[in-house]
Design a protein around this ligand. Structure first.
Ligand code: FE2
Length: 266
């Protein structure tokens, strides 16, 4: 399996603070069946001022540590890029990395507030030749009142990345509901771990693949963790990648009736 969203590098963001924890996470990933991990620390203006050059240097150093420790995990360079003004220019100028040098950009929307003109910002990145891969929409607290926008973005060519642990309930019932709904509606391109540590947010992908296989079958589950991530590494155009599953007509977009009946307005 290929994990394209992981905070694996030590001391560079809110991921592991020490090399020992990073190495332990890498061992967990290998034991889980992950062969390739993109190191994607946050780039968040004013909070995590990482740059492509800094991340590349940290990946080189961590590769040496993995080799010395005998851990067979391949690493790539990327970033968990917070949505910010002038992003396309920063990518073009080489300050912000895409996923492993491809046209695919891991894009993190704000967690708690729907950004103004969110769809327009994503479209703007596409106009610049990038394919935004939206990180964990299922965990955004504002998804409930803006669900339709994610379907619209997918239709326009954006990709969606679910966190594997959302499908298994690691983040609670609310993200699990949205993760399953997006999966069932054929709106999800890839799964990733978004791991930050060994325990609370471990680098485990197989459990997500299995949960997805139970809903959509083994072939689509493989697309989520292998085929489409590999296509990103190969920088294939989206038209050359296995399409999203045809799951029939989507449920009525908008308010989640099931969720509201169960829990009210969270
Ligand atoms: Fe992340």
């Amino acid at each position: 399996m290929i994990d394209l969203h992981c905070h694996l590098l030590p001391g560079i963001d809110d991921g592991p603070l020490s090399l020992e924890v990073s190495l332990a996470m890498a061992r967990q990933a290998v034991d889980d069946g992950i062969v390739f991990t993109a190191c994607t620390p946050h780039i968040y203006p004013g909070l995590y001022e990482n740059t492509r050059a800094g991340i590349e240097a940290a990946v080189l150093e961590f590769r040496r540590e993995l080799a010395a420790a005998g851990i067979p995990l391949q690493l790539g360079v990327g970033a968990d890029v917070h949505l910010a003004p002038e992003l396309a220019g920063a990518v073009r100028a080489g300050r912000v990395p895409t996923l492993c040098g491809s046209r695919y950009l891991l894009l993190e929307p704000p967690h708690h507030v729907a950004p103004p003109r969110f769809a327009e910002s994503v479209f703007g990145l596409m106009t610049a030749g990038l394919v935004p891969v939206i990180t964990h929409p299922e965990r955004l607290t504002w998804i409930e009142n803006h669900y339709a926008v994610f379907g619209d973005l997918v239709k326009q060519g954006a990709w969606m990345q679910l966190t594997a642990g959302s499908l298994t309930g690691r983040f609670g019932r609310r993200p699990q509901y949205w993760a399953e709904r997006m999966l069932d509606e054929g709106l999800v391109h890839i799964l990733a771990t978004d791991s930050h540590h060994c325990d609370k947010r471990p680098p485990l992908l197989a459990e997500g693949r299995e949960a997805a296989a139970r809903r959509l079958g083994a072939a689509e589950a493989e697309h989520l963790v292998e085929t489409r991530p590999q296509a990103i590494l190969d920088d294939l155009p989206p038209a050359a990648v296995p399409p999203l599953p045809d799951v029939g007509a989507p449920k009525k977009a908008g308010k989640p009736g099931f969720w509201h009946r169960l829990f009210g307005n969270p």
